[in-house]
Structure formats: structure tokens, C-alpha cells
Write a protein that binds this ligand. Structure first.
Ligand SMILES: Cc1cc2nc3c(=O)[nH]c(=O)nc-3n(C[C@H](O)[C@H](O)[C@H](O)COP(=O)(O)O)c2cc1C
Length: 271
């Protein structure tokens, strides 16, 4: 990994208010380079572009002081949403490690201009874009209000998200063993309107991931699957940093599921 994973996740917060300084040539070059090498464990290519706002007429009603955006597109195929979330979040964490702030925007962006700048083709989607820049010292009034409304500094408790064996038994962090850190980092993932759709059932060396779908799908699909990919990135990158190896597999355990919860994918630890 090119950055300290847990430290970066612990420092990360969405940034919507930037100080107006352009990216330094070094930071811009590093971000451009990284954007061309981002991978995910699902073998789905995600294509990134770093874009100048003025040249492409990009804007967002919630963003102040950013001149550069990053966007990414993907072809619809198996696992494309989780792959997209995984790759986009890896990019945002790398940016954060350079001191460059970001926030994924699915709704609050000039979508037509972004899609044009991305040269979107039939069968491709561009679920989110994000500004890139240096955080201002003080958040805009609007951002402060938004964060309050979204309870953006909070997350659901560990025992409401993670379960032991089945959905009837909440998992305590002190018995989550080698998975405790990675689950805690997944808990702090960002998500659309901070809904935190990830649910997990631990079963020995296997971690089953489920989505609790509470937002309605739109023409672009289910944005909460992107959130799932983000949480999978936080989980998997932390496992790697902690020296473990594992792989993602389709291994639906066929459990009785709470309302609106469905299976996504499992992580099998190998070492
Ligand atoms: C897939 C996705 C889409 C999002 N879309 C928007 C958006 O359209 N507008 C916005 O202001 N924030 C958006 N956000 C940011 C979330 O509101 C934010 O991540 C969440 O409130 C948690 O705050 P934090 O990132 O500071 O921890 C989005 C986040 C994700 C992951």
C-alpha cells in the first residue's frame, strides 16, 4: 500500500469547503499517476480522470473553492458497483494521505457536464465525482449544517452492524479477533447520506458482507452498493496492513435475513 491505511482512515472526513489554492504540481502529478494504477480485487477496470473544473464546466452546489475534480467510470458487469466503490475510495484515501481533501458526490454535481468530460459510452456509468483540493480552515455554513443533518461525525455502534454466526447474535469487538481492526475501519467508511448499509456476519475465518438497502434505486442503480465497495476497501486494506491475506468469494451462507438485507460477498482469510 502507498499510504498508512488505519491512520489515513482515522483522519478522513469529507471536505466540501476548500481554500481555493490550486493543487501543487507535485500533488497533481502524484494523483494523476495513482489514478492510473488503482486496482480492486474484483477484476473490474475503473477508469479515472482528473479534470479541471473550468475547462469542463464542472460544478457542485455544495462545494466551495475547488478548481479540480476527479471522476471515474465503469462498464456495467458483475460486481461493478462494489469494484467502483473500492477503487474510488482507495483513490480518496491516497489523496487524503497527501493532505488533499475530497467528497464523493452522487447527487450534488453537474452530472451532464461530468459525463461529457468522462466521454461516457453506452453501457458505462459514472456514479460519482469528487472535488480535490486543500481543506479550508473553516467549513462553509452550508457544510456545517449538512454535517449536522447527516450526523456525519457519528456511526452506528459495532454491535448494530456486525454479528456472530447469524443475525441474532451481535458481535462484540473484543471477540472479533484478527478482524476487529478491519471491521472497525469498515464502520468508519463514508456512505451516501451516511446510511451505513454494511452488515457483517462472522463465521470462523469467513466474513460475510450484506447490504441493508434503505435508499431507493434510481436510473443509475443502487448507490448503496457503491457504499458496500467503500466498506470492503476499508476492511481489505486494513487486513493487508495488519499482515493478513485473504480473498473475496461468492459464498452465501443462506442465513435468515432481517428486512431489506441481502447478501453481497464474503471474505475468506487465508493467513
Ligand atoms: C456514494 C456516496 C455518494 C455521496 N453523495 C453525496 C452528495 O451527492 N452530496 C454530498 O454533499 N455528499 C455526498 N456524499 C458524502 C456523504 O454525505 C458523507 O460521506 C457522509 O455524510 C459521512 O461523512 P464523512 O464522509 O465526513 O465521514 C456521498 C458519499 C458517498 C459514499
Amino acid at each position: 500500500m502507498n499510504f498508512p491505511v488505519k491512520e489515513t482512515i482515522e483522519q478522513r472526513k469529507s471536505v466540501r469547503t476548500f481554500d481555493g489554492r490550486p493543487l501543487t504540481a507535485d500533488d497533481r502529478a502524484a494523483l494523476e499517476r495513482y489514478s492510473q494504477t488503482v486496482t480492486n480485487p474484483f477484476d473490474v477496470p475503473v477508469e479515472f480522470r482528473v479534470l479541471d473544473a473550468k475547462a469542463h464546466d464542472l460544478s457542485s452546489p455544495v462545494i466551495v473553492g475547488a478548481e479540480v475534480y476527479v471522476a471515474a467510470k465503469v462498464a456495467r458487469q458483475k460486481n461493478f458497483e462494489i469494484a467502483y466503490g473500492y477503487s474510488f475510495e482507495s483513490f480518496c484515501l491516497y489523496a487524503q494521505s497527501l493532505g488533499v481533501g475530497s467528497v464523493m458526490l452522487a447527487a450534488s454535481l453537474s452530472r451532464a457536464a461530468f459525463e461529457k468530460a468522462m466521454d461516457l459510452k453506452d453501457g458505462e456509468v459514472m456514479p460519482v465525482g469528487s472535488p480535490l483540493g486543500y481543506p479550508a480552515d473553516k467549513r462553509s455554513f452550508r457544510e456545517t449544517l449538512m454535517r449536522k443533518g447527516l450526523k456525519a461525525d457519528d456511526r452506528l455502534p459495532f454491535s448494530a452492524l456486525f454479528f456472530d454466526g447469524d443475525f441474532d447474535h451481535p458481535l462484540r469487538k473484543d471477540i472479533a479477533g484478527d478482524f476487529a481492526d478491519a471491521l472497525e475501519m469498515a464502520r468508519w467508511a463514508p456512505s451516501a447520506t451516511n446510511k451505513q448499509p454494511w452488515r457483517v456476519v462472522l463465521d470462523g475465518d469467513t466474513v460475510h458482507f450484506f447490504e441493508k438497502q434503505t435508499l431507493r434505486e434510481n436510473a443509475l442503480g443502487d448507490v448503496q452498493k457503491i457504499d458496500m465497495g467503500i466498506a470492503l476497501a476499508h476492511f481489505d486494506l486494513t487486513m493487508q496492513e495488519d499482515g493478513h491475506t485473504g480473498r473475496f468469494v461468492d459464498a452465501d451462507p443462506g442465513l435468515a435475513l432481517p428486512e431489506r438485507v441481502h447478501y453481497i460477498i464474503s471474505y475468506q482469510r487465508e493467513a
